[in-house]
Design a protein around this ligand. Structure first.
Ligand SMILES: Cc1ncc(COP(=O)(O)O)c(C=O)c1O
Length: 371
């Protein structure tokens, strides 16, 4: 008799799942700088709008709007596009899956840079697609990797600004990549609200471009699970066939509409993050760290010689800070730190100073023993 696991697709059986950053139990006193959430709560209008619907009779009995129309309208207005050019998803993660399901058939190729968002290979494997991982290297001060033959690429997933390194690709680069492709270019702009530029303005210029945004970072709504996709009306109509019909619940639609409507609040959050990003970057540079210039709400930093990134992550955790260490050989030299409130950044810097001092004392002690 077969075991039930024998019925699982062999490729699914073989693959590993995505590993999300740690989420400590609610009420934990850890300072959470590991999954790029907002240091501020969402705009106050969000809670007010959600409690409004919860109090209303009969609303929860009914299905929500399957088209998320009001939300798409607000999103379109802000982006300077039409509502037929917007699709809403249960997080941008769902939209990534919908895009793969819409464009990528078995054995077709999905390309992305390594490092970028580590969900891409997982989704490609689930889809039965082929993975083309391209190395990401820097030419002087900017990352503009030369693109080899892309003729077989059906879908290119470009994280811009890049996660976990933090730099942005230029719109010239994005335009050229879209034109060189014989397929779809998806620009995953999860962090674009913190960046100087973005690719939304290219939507009406390139008919094979999809731009993804999320409310999980700059809008402080990671728990609500809302992502937005922007592209041509023709592609939205096709993507719409593939997504779940009620992919966004009523609470998510209502909260997201309220959050998008308060653009002043967004601007304040972004200004705070950029100020603290500058503050933390400067302080860590002064302590001998290498700091990747960032267009996001996190920085990728390499500790000075003598202190391994993983050891620093462990020490920080003992002192109450969660930061992200990636064991991937390309990233294991550094840590990704989400930008937090000023007091949190001050505390973090002080703790890092202490860890550095302790590690220097340990090195000096070894040196004295050896000589
Ligand atoms: C590059 C990138 N894209 C997408 C996501 C997922 O966003 P969402 O919460 O909207 O699913 C993340 C989350 O960390 C991300 O870093």
């Amino acid at each position: 008799m077969s075991l039930s696991v024998d019925y699982i697709r062999p490729d699914v059986r073989r693959m590993s799942g995505y590993v999300p950053g740690r989420q400590p139990a609610p009420g934990s006193r850890m300072i959470k700088l590991n999954t790029n959430e907002s240091p501020l709560p969402p705009a106050p209008a969000v809670a007010a709008a959600i409690s409004g619907i919860l109090g209303a009779d009969s609303i929860l009995r009914r299905y929500p709007d399957p088209q998320s129309l009001k939300l798409r309208r607000v999103a379109a207005r802000i982006a300077g596009l039409r509502e037929e050019q917007v699709i809403a998803g249960n997080g941008s993660d769902e939209l990534l899956r919908v895009v793969l399901d819409t464009f990528v058939a078995q054995n077709e190729t999905v390309a992305f840079f390594n490092p970028s968002y580590s969900l891409y290979p997982v989704l490609t494997r689930i889809r039965g697609g082929r993975i083309k991982e391209l190395p990401l290297f820097r030419d002087g001060a900017v990352y503009q990797p030369v693109l080899a033959d892309l003729s077989e690429v059906k879908l290119f997933l470009l994280t811009s600004p890049n996660a976990p390194l933090g730099f942005s690709f230029t719109n010239d680069y994005i335009r050229e990549l879209a034109r060189n492709l014989n397929g779809i270019l998806l620009v995953d702009e999860a962090y674009a609200d913190f960046a100087e530029d973005n690719a939304l303005k290219l939507i009406n210029e390139l008919d094979n471009l999809i731009v993804l945004r999320t409310l999980s970072k700059s809008y402080g709504l990671a728990a609500l699970r809302v992502g937005l996709g922007f592209t041509t009306p023709e592609l939205v109509a096709e993507l719409d066939k593939v997504r779940d019909s009620y992919n966004l619940d009523l609470v998510a639609q209502t909260g997201a509409e309220a959050a998008l409507a308060d653009q002043d609040y967004l601007k304040k959050t972004v200004a705070l993050v950029i100020r603290e990003r500058r503050y933390l970057s400067k302080a860590l540079l002064a302590l001998g760290f290498k700091v990747e210039p960032s267009q996001t709400n996190f920085i990728f930093v390499t500790p000075p010689a003598g202190l391994r990134a993983e050891a620093l992550q462990i020490e920080l955790e003992k002192s109450g800070f969660l930061v992200r260490y990636f064991a991937d050989p390309q990233l294991a030299h550094g840590l990704r730190i989400t930008i937090g409130l000023h007091a949190e950044m001050e505390q973090l810097i002080n703790t890092i100073k202490q860890v550095l001092e302790a590690s220097q004392t340990a090195i000096a002690a070894t040196y004295i023993q050896v000589t």
